[in-house]
Design a protein around this ligand. Structure first.
Ligand SMILES: Cc1ncc(COP(=O)(O)OP(=O)(O)O)c(N)n1
Ligand SMILES: Cc1ncsc1CCOP(=O)(O)O
Ligand SMILES: [Mg+2]
Length: 207
């Protein structure tokens, strides 16, 4: 499973990036548009949501649980400074996907208690896509977290995120995580759609 996180660069905007990821075969897009006005966020969500429906892809919003219904999104990804997962669950019900961010096993325990459907776990390495990064986990970090989860009987999909490139995929999947989330590794490639195809072909499902 691979989740494309929207961003922009000198060549592509948010919608174009999502379109290329979908053309490359991605079936899970997160609209992440930090510091955008609500108007701009909703306008991008309308376009990306339509593209996702055309490609039968899952569409989640970053941060904005309160906009999920209005944007017709499938769910939301929530970090430590966003609405708590249990509150979002009460708001959105059981039919929407709610992901939560973890940097430690303790975060995962909390998110599991609160009812998250999956965990975005990172950063794998330094990245300029996100400000105020938590400490880098590296491969050892994922190995430790996956083993702690097994020891405590916590069975939730773990999505590795942060600075992931094609050449990292085999090693990251080897740690036992479920999938990856990526932005720059796709958007900054010479051909984003082709890069997405290659990312997908390298991910051998762990579950
Ligand atoms: C899949 C996934 N994992 C982690 C994050 C980070 O979310 P958050 O900690 O809320 O930081 P911002 O993305 O909001 O800057 C994510 N968005 N997606
Ligand atoms: C949103 C987020 N959360 C942790 S790292 C990150 C950025 C992911 O983008 P990239 O793949 O470009 O590092
Ligand atoms: Mg957030």
């Amino acid at each position: 499973m691979i989740q494309f996180i929207t961003h922009f660069n000198e060549r592509y905007g948010y919608v174009e990036g999502a379109r290329l990821a979908l053309e490359g075969g991605c079936r899970w897009v997160q609209l992440r548009m930090k510091d955008a006005s609500e108007e701009k966020f909703v306008a991008a969500a309308e376009q990306i949501g339509k593209l996702c429906r055309e490609h039968e892809a899952v569409f989640v919003l970053d941060d904005h649980a309160e906009l999920v219904e209005r944007c017709g999104a499938d769910g939301v990804h929530l970090g430590k400074n966003d609405m708590p997962v249990d509150e979002a669950r009460r708001l959105l019900g059981n039919n929407r996907i709610i992901g939560g961010t973890a940097n430690t096993f303790e975060d995962i325990e909390r998110l599991h208690r609160q009812g998250a459907d999956y965990i975005g776990c990172g950063p794998f390495r330094f990245t300029t896509t996100k400000k105020n990064l938590s400490p880098v986990l590296g491969l050892e970090g994922y190995e430790r977290i996956v083993s702690d989860m097994k020891a405590h009987g916590i069975d939730l999909p773990i999505v590795a995120i942060g600075g992931i490139l094609k050449s990292d995929i085999a090693d990251i999947m080897q740690t036992g995580v479920t999938g990856i989330a990526v932005s720059g590794g796709i958007l900054n490639a010479e051909s984003p759609a082709e890069e997405m195809k290659q990312f997908i072909s390298l991910i051998k499902p762990n579950r």
